[in-house]
Design a protein around this ligand. Structure first.
Ligand code: ZN
Ligand code: ZN
Ligand code: FE
Length: 755
């Protein structure tokens, strides 16, 4: 605050407020406060945030500033307020002025948040003019990120531009005392977006569309519902035939489907919920929360062989209108393509899946899938960071130059940095086809436009075959900027260090399925000592053969046979993988291994989970990433003992002995989890002695396994380690880009002594 004060005299300040201050009712709040304290001046948006010129008595100005700082509107998040004293002017009132278009701004954009209680109350009030109106919103709630095309956030730069406010809506918009004062997406049934239900040649709008949607869902049909960040495919979650039809048509045989329930009560009828989980479920971000299944009335096809189920509460007003039972709400796409967001695309691409469509005419500018989280040790643990969280930045430990980190291949997200902020993109998907690459490019253009970032460097994974890596190589050449390739498992650890702003070295366990190693083999069971870069790879799981790359990954039984062969354990027909492989297949595989043809070496921990799952007969082939490990975790009973783990061969021998002795597979699975947790603790203890480090960081997709993660944390803490796990970005490859960005930034700034 400026120090000069003069009692009885007027002062004038110019303020610049940065943070999430646009589209959240900030200017109306400023207007109301100015009125309240008898101040004059003006307020407006520019691309740095909100600018204010404010004039009046010193005491009133001080009160104004205090209230602005400590009672901002509910969705606002103030990062800084800059204040300068300027010359007093002759003026009579306080006004809201037009937005200033400026370059190089620093404003933040609010994510899409759920409808607020006030709006819900109005929507269910038969006397309200927005009774049952699916696009009700106000300055305190609603869509933001997905409808904003460019900054600053004003209606003409959103997909609401095509709708002209009626007199009633305009009056609210201009009334400083109204909850919708300067609410950019303000709309009503007379002037705003409308819904349409389409089935075959039949069209219905308004309430009839809702009634028809109900009828379709009730009859076991699949309805493609346009939501906030794209389409959902919805069906009755209690109807086996409907869920199975959805799986068949979508080409998704086993992967769990998320459900939406109307309230907490309905949620409690299908899953167990503790307080922290309840808070996350009800948070305004409204993510999918993975919760422990109850044996219940839901279709068993929702999450087969899985102990958890993904549950979310309604977030768009439309959801409240169509929910009277638990609904499957899965992303509207065909198998590996990005989520569909346009009406026409939905009508074409989802025609073979959906029996009917519930469309609306408000365009979705940016796609945004639902976020997925769990609660671990009382706090959120992200598995997919997308709607509700994006595009809020992650605060970095230090300033970075503008960098684009393109992420990995599976569960791709990218990252753009600016000052101390890292903007992680929404979930893009598995970058294995042109459609996903195009979605990546669109999302990249969008985030660059919103935050005015022009990358001065680009960073990617080392894997030569990743589409993201190849894209980054082309981008670097086209833009004449440096390219930094960051090793996959180091990026995992770096992302965790960055989100916790850790400066001291840690023992980093980077355990996942696949990542390209420095030596060209496939890594995934890596332990690093961080500090100087490149982080020293201090330990890794012993190399084992991966015959035929992808073929082995999709067929854990082949992997199990290869691991047995490498450990000189005979392929005896009492073992499930041997039974699963036909005789000719076994012969060809043996030759392949003996001649080392198309066999890659791997130190992957994820693959070891696959091998054990196949060995005990839980899963011989998979249809989605991580399936074998997930199904093994689901049956594992609690165990404290461990198998010997002097080498992978010794471990396999012990497991094989138990399988032959017909030990219950739930016990073997439990013992295996316990073995890996113990192994981590033993390794950490050895490294603590050697390097005098007591901080342990756990990253990589293997730590999506809750049984392993919880056991590992408990045992490490019992051994007096400080344990760090992900809280802001996923431990899987969805968090990779953050690690790439921070490593590249340090390299570019010359912070590291490069070896
Ligand atoms: Zn509202
Ligand atoms: Zn209206
Ligand atoms: Fe990974």
């Amino acid at each position: 605050m400026p120090e000069k004060t003069a009692v009885g005299e007027n002062l004038r300040w110019r303020l610049l407020v940065c943070g999430v201050v646009q589209g959240v009712g900030f200017r109306p709040q400023v207007y109301r406060l100015a009125q309240h304290h008898h101040l004059t001046g003006f307020v407006g948006n520019n691309s740095s945030g909100v600018f204010i010129e404010i004039q009046g008595a010193a005491a009133d100005l001080a009160m104004f500033l205090h209230e602005l700082e400590y009672e901002p509107p509910p969705l606002a998040h103030i990062e800084s307020i800059e204040t300068h004293e300027i010359t007093v002017q002759d003026e009579a009132d306080f006004t809201i002025v037009d937005s200033e278009a400026q370059i190089a701004g620093h404003t933040l954009i609010s994510p899409d948040l759920c409808v607020c209680d006030d709006c819900l109350r109005e929507m269910t009030d038969p006397h309200n003019r927005r009774y049952r109106y699916p696009f009700i919103n106000c300055t305190n709630c609603g869509t933001r990120f997905t409808i904003i095309k460019d900054a600053p956030y004003d209606r003409p730069l959103t997909t609401m531009a095509q709708f002209h406010m009626c007199d009633n809506c305009a009056a609210e918009y201009h009334d400083a005392g109204d909850r919708r004062f300067h609410a950019q997406p303000n709309a009503c049934p007379d002037c705003g977006p409308q819904i349409t239900f389409i089935k075959g040649k039949m069209w219905f709008s308004g309430d009839a569309a809702i009634e028809r949607t109900f009828a379709s869902l009730q009859a076991g049909e699949i309805v493609a519902v346009k939501g906030v960040g794209g389409f959902h495919l919805a069906c009755d979650a209690q109807n086996d035939a409907a869920v199975e039809a959805l799986r068949l048509r979508k080409g998704r045989p086993d992967k769990p489907l998320a459900i939406m329930v109307s309230d907490l009560m309905m949620a409690k009828s299908v899953v167990h919920i503790n307080d922290a989980e309840k808070n996350l479920l009800q948070s305004r971000e409204r993510p999918i929360v993975l919760l422990r299944k109850k044996s219940n009335s839901l279709s068993s096809a929702i999450a087969p062989n899985n102990s958890s189920i993904g549950v979310m509460l309604p977030y768009a007003p439309l959801h409240y209108l169509i929910l009277d039972r638990p609904l499957v709400m899965t992303s509207g796409n065909s198998s590996s393509e990005p989520i569909v967001k346009e009406n026409q695309t939905a009508l074409e691409q989802l025609a073979h899946i959906a029996d009917a469509f519930l469309l609306h005419d408000r365009d979705i500018h940016a796609h945004c899938d639902d976020s997925v989280l769990r609660v671990v040790h009382g706090a959120p643990y992200p598995l997919r960071r997308s709607r509700g969280y994006v595009p809020l930045p992650i605060l970095l430990p230090s300033d970075t130059p503008p960098i684009l980190a393109v992420g990995g291949e599976l569960k791709n997200t990218f990252c753009l940095t600016r000052d101390r902020q890292a903007f992680m993109s929404q979930h893009i998907g598995d970058m294995q086809n042109l459609e996903t690459l195009q979605a990546f490019e669109r999302a990249y253009q969008h985030l660059c436009a919103l935050f005015h970032i022009e990358p001065q460097a680009v960073t990617c994974d080392k894997h030569p075959h990743y589409l993201s890596t190849q894209w980054a190589e082309r981008f670097a050449i086209a833009q004449h900027i440096p390219l930094v390739k960051v090793q996959h498992h180091r990026a995992h650890i770096a992302s965790l260090i960055a989100e916790h702003q850790l400066n001291e070295p840690v023992i980093g366990f980077s355990y996942d399925g696949t990542g390209y190693g420095d030596d060209g083999s496939i890594w995934g069971g890596e332990v690093f000592i961080t500090g100087s870069y490149p982080y020293k790879r201090i330990y890794h799981l012993p190399y084992m053969p991966l015959p035929g790359g992808d073929a082995a990954i999709k067929n854990p039984y082949r992997l199990a046979l290869a691991y047995l062969w490498a450990s000189a354990i005979p392929w005896d027909m009492s073992l499930p993988p041997c039974q699963h492989a036909k005789e000719t297949e076994r012969r060809v595989l043996k030759q392949q291994l003996e001649r080392n043809l198309n066999v890659i070496q791997t130190s992957s921990m994820g693959r070891l989970f696959d091998v054990i799952a196949a060995l005990i007969g839980v899963r011989e082939t998979i249809s989605y990433e991580g399936q074998a490990a997930i199904e093994m975790e689901a049956i594992a009973c609690a165990a404290d003992d461990s198998y010997p783990f002097d080498s992978i061969g010794v471990l396999l021998e012990a497991v094989v002995r138990d399988v032959r002795n017909k030990r219950p597979i739930a016990e073997i699975a439990g013992l295996f989890h316990s073995t890996i947790a113990s192994h981590i603790v033993t390794t950490a203890c050895t490294l603590r002695q050697q390097f005098d480090l007591s901080r342990v960081a756990l990253s990589g997709g293997v730590f999506q396994n809750m049984t392993l993660l919880r056991q590992t944390i408990e045992r490490l803490e019992a051994s007096h380690f400080d344990v760090f796990i992900h809280r802001q970005v996923p431990c899987n490859d969805g968090g990779l880009a953050l690690g790439q960005a921070v490593i590249a930034s340090h390299l570019l700034k010359g912070d590291y002594l490069c070896v």
